[in-house]
Design a protein around this ligand. Sequence first.
Ligand code: ADP
Ligand code: MG
Length: 306
Amino acid sequence: MPLSEFTLIYRYFSALGRGPAVDLSVGDDCAILHLDAGERLATSVDTMVEGVHFPADSFPEDIGFRAVAVAASDLAAMGARPIAMTLALTLPAADELWLHAFSQGIAAAASEFRLPLVGGDTTRGPLTITVQVMGALPLDRALLRGGARPGDGLYVSGFLGDAAAALAVLAGDWRPAPAYQQYLLDRFNRPRARLELGMALLGSASAAIDISDGLLADAGHIAAASGVRLRIDPGLLPLSAALASHADPAQARRWALTGGDDYELCFCLPAGTAAPAGCTRIGWVERGSGVDCGLDLGGATGYQHF
Ligand code: ADP
Ligand code: MG
């Protein structure tokens, strides 16, 4: 018996909708959420297309987790407190094995990022996953791209370049030690949206963005929105032990500067502010425009769809 649209929704997606801000979840024409007095809604949507945003042979559990993490990362970049998400799913077929694993990945991310799944849409077509996230911000604060000032320090969270290196591993272009391979694939498949860090930066950071297209490309958005120049010292880029094990340090650095998909935060702090735990100072903000890392990368800055 083929699975009907509604059985599919109820079997795999209707049980993940409970959360403190959820008044009504999956099952009616709209979900109903509430904000506390003095809060604003922050919302963002991200689409993932098979073969563009993830390899066609990815595990369905990883596809589900990653789709949520990528969307949640935008809430982190704004400093928003996660409230809920919706999921628009286009599937080539109602394959129950696939759906089971995929919904496990969605559930793991919903729990890790505190984003109950309160609604969505389910259609047939080429595999496409769209996650819309909602978060809460105070009335008077948000992390924006446009607030960096000359004299600020430039920081990133975590390690950079791991996800790009993972794609090189998958393509057979690099064979690091087995433990490093596993670490790198995990970094690509299971991005850790930096929600706690984003909320912690709300009071102190002058600007922030999440790194989805590559450090140079995304830092460029801060530079443009703030009307400043960002200087990056490539010697300060935080590299994982896996990346540091690469025989060619220039390749590792290129991944860290131009590779996308890390979903770390890049942010600016006024001089004298201490770096939060797990974050690294990689440069500074000065008068001017653009991003300068002192290297010629042949025009490669980051991923663009068009
Ligand atoms: P409508 O036609 O009124 O938009 P649907 O028939 O598309 O409603 O969906 C029925 C219910 O199931 C709605 O509450 C919707 O939000 C929810 N829903 C549909 N698809 C999904 C999904 N992939 N994940 C979570 N909830 C879903
Ligand atoms: Mg519908």
